[in-house]
Every structure is written in C-alpha cells, then in structure tokens.
Design a protein around this ligand. Structure first.
Ligand SMILES: *Cc1c(COP(=O)(O)O)cnc(C)c1O
Length: 368
C-alpha cells in the first residue's frame, strides 16, 4: 500500500465542484488583483479568527517581515525566535533589517522554551516571535508575561496553526499580531502562495496594509516605499471555499492524531506528541520522537509510507547562520530533536486502512 505524506489531490477531488466554480467566477469577473474575492476572504478570515483586521499578503514569510517592519523593528534591534522552526521565521527578522536571536525549544511542546527565553533578552531586544510549531500552541501565557515585563512586542507565527486554540482562545488573538501562511500544504492552503496578518491594532493594520501595497492608500499617492505583496483573487476565492471546510478537516486531523497516539504509545521508544488538555492542537504535522528515527523512516519508505523530518537541521546549525558561531551545546534540545523527530503521514483524507497500515508497519519495525 502507498501512503503519501500529504495528498492535495484527494482534497481537491472532494470539493472539485466548489473550487472549479469559484475559480471560474474570478476569471469571469477578472478580479485578479484586489477586488471582490480578496475583500470577501479578508472579512471571512478576520471573522474566523475573531479579530478586527486581516491584511492578506503574498505569503507567510512576507506577513512576518511586514509585521516586524510596521512595528518599527529594524537595524540594531534583536528579535528572539525558536531554534526549531522553518527558516521563514528567522529569515523575516533579517529581511526587516534586525538581528536574529535563537532560543532553544521545550522537549514536550516543541515550542520556544520559556525557561530559557528570558536569558536571551538584551537591551536591544524588541520582539519575540512565538511559533505554534506543528499546530501545537506555544505557551502564550508565559511568553506574554515575559514580554510585558520587558516591554517587548510579540508576534504569533501561526503558519502551522489555523484554527488552533490556546486555553479556549483562538490562535491569532493572543499577541500584538499573528501571521498566517496559505502555502498549499498548510492546514488552510491556497493553490499557490498566500499569507495574511491579523491584528486588533488599527495603526499596525494600516501600516502593514500600506507596506504590502507600495506604501500607498490611494492609487498613486505613496507615503513611503513599500513592497508588492498581495494575495491574488484566484487564491482568495480558493481560500473562501476551503475555509468553510477547515473545522471539519481539523477534526479529521485530530481523530487521526488520536488513533496514532492511542496505538503507538508503548511501542519501542516512541514518544507521541504532547497536547495540553487546555488547548486544541490542529496537527499540521504529527511528530513522534524515537532514537531509531533514520532506520524507522527507511523501513517505512520501503513499505510505501512517506514520512517527513521537521526539521533535519535546526536553524542555528544551518549554513545560513554559521556566522553566528553556534554549537550544539547552545541549543541541546534542538540538536537532539533534529536526530529524533519523525513526521508521520497527516492529512484529513487519510483512510482508516492507510492509518492502520502506518501503525502496523511501525509496530512491525519495533517487533523485528
Ligand atoms: C510555512 C511557514 C512559514 C512561511 O510561510 P510561506 O507562506 O511559505 O512564506 C513561516 N513560518 C512557519 C513556521 C511555516 O511553517
């Protein structure tokens, strides 16, 4: 049996009529840039998250960069980010002109370790980016307390966490602003690149909107230089269709995660992902940890099961950051994770047969 890591085609087949008609409507009305479909999705996503403002933009990386810049963060400023994330989180800091400061992650949550976070703060620190990695909420209470004590801005990197809840509150409403990605493989994914910032701050929203659109409010009245970072009409129309299904898809992800966890705990040295009962994780990825990661991955691949590693090289250890001269000792948990994490197939359309096959194959590996 073949089990892909994600299957975007399976999802499309289920909603083909809705998607095809939405795309045709955009073409018929030629609302390619701005216009009806982008405005509609802007409102729908703001309502879904429960915030005043949603500013759609070109992608999740831009969302982070534009937010930092709109906050006035740049040259000489430091921004703290988790050492285990996708590079977009730290790239955005550099793109804004500021300096990246990495913080190790917590073994249980895989998110920024709030026990070491405060030690990373210097007089130059301006902000913290809290990533809700794998769709599992970061410890926002502790992060916000530290930020308030030191008067720092907090940005949620919610690129993997559409619809997640922290203590009953929607991810995206817990800090100064939150950034989403609509990359096709994300929980809410477009058919191309896309992203958005959400915030309740009027001034910040206005600034981000202008930055994303050549520094203007009116057509040729540019108050400053900005960027061209827009969500296009076709992507917005696709996202409006998919947003209606997001809660059902999230429930499917959680059901699959529970099946995995119920059946894999106690197998070999596997540690299943931790979920705080007060939260609602959305399992963008289902990540187990095992000292036998590489051998298990190869074993599963030979049985037709595709897995992922998120991430094989922690951010501080990438060549891109070698100028910071970090060693594994600086981020022991990130160093350990990169050898042990394994992402199992996870997408809402996984069949029970596929799930069972993955579970049985893992058992088979540890029984041999
Ligand atoms: C995907 C992702 C991003 C960037 O989103 P793009 O839309 O691909 O630019 C940022 N942060 C995290 C944690 C991500 O997973």
């Amino acid at each position: 049996m073949n089990v892909p890591f994600v299957d975007l085609k399976a999802q499309y087949v289920n909603i083909k009529d809705e998607i095809d008609s939405a795309i045709q409507q955009v073409i018929d009305s030629t609302a390619f840039i701005g216009g009806f479909f982008v405005n509609r999705f802007r409102q729908e996503f703001a309502d879904y998250i429960g915030v005043k403002h949603c500013i759609p933009c070109g992608n999740g990386t831009d969302a982070l960069m534009l937010t930092l810049m709109a906050m006035g963060i740049g040259h000489g400023d430091e921004v703290i980010v988790p050492a285990n994330s996708f590079i977009a989180t730290s790239e955005a800091v550099t793109a804004a002109g500021a300096d990246v400061v990495f913080c190790d992650v917590d073994d249980k949550t895989n998110n920024i370790d709030t026990k070491v976070l405060e030690k990373k703060i210097t007089p130059n620190t301006k902000a913290i980016i809290a990533v809700h990695l794998y769709g599992n909420p970061a410890d926002m209470k502790a992060i916000m307390e530290i930020a308030q004590k030191h008067q720092l801005k907090v940005i949620e990197d919610a690129a993997q966490a559409h619809g997640a809840l922290y203590n009953g509150k929607k991810i995206g409403t817990l800090a100064d602003a939150a950034c989403f990605s609509f990359y096709p493989g994300k929980n809410l994914g477009a058919y191309g690149d896309g992203g958005a910032v959400v915030t309740n701050n009027d001034e910040l929203a206005k600034k981000i909107k202008m930055l994303a659109n050549h520094g203007r409010i009116e057509k040729y009245n540019h108050e400053f230089e900005g960027f061209n970072s827009r969500l296009d009409g076709l992507q917005a129309a696709v996202l409006s269709v998919k947003l209606k299904h997001l809660n059902d898809w999230t429930e499917s992800r959680r059901r699959i995660a529970k099946l995995y966890s119920d059946n894999l705990t106690g197998i070999g040295d596997i540690r299943d992902p931790f979920e705080d009962q007060a939260n609602y994780a959305v399992y963008h990825l289902y990540v187990i940890k095992t000292a036998h990661r590489d051998a298990l991955k190869t074993f599963l691949e030979n049985k037709g099961i595709k897995c992922g590693i998120h991430y094989p090289i922690g951010l501080p250890f990438l060549k891109a950051y070698q100028h910071l001269n970090h060693s594994y000792d600086d981020f022991p948990m990130t160093a350990k994770n990169q050898k042990e994490v394994l992402s199992l197939p996870m997408f809402p359309e996984l069949t029970d047969e596929q799930i069972e096959y993955v579970i049985n194959s893992i058992k088979e590996y540890f029984n041999q």
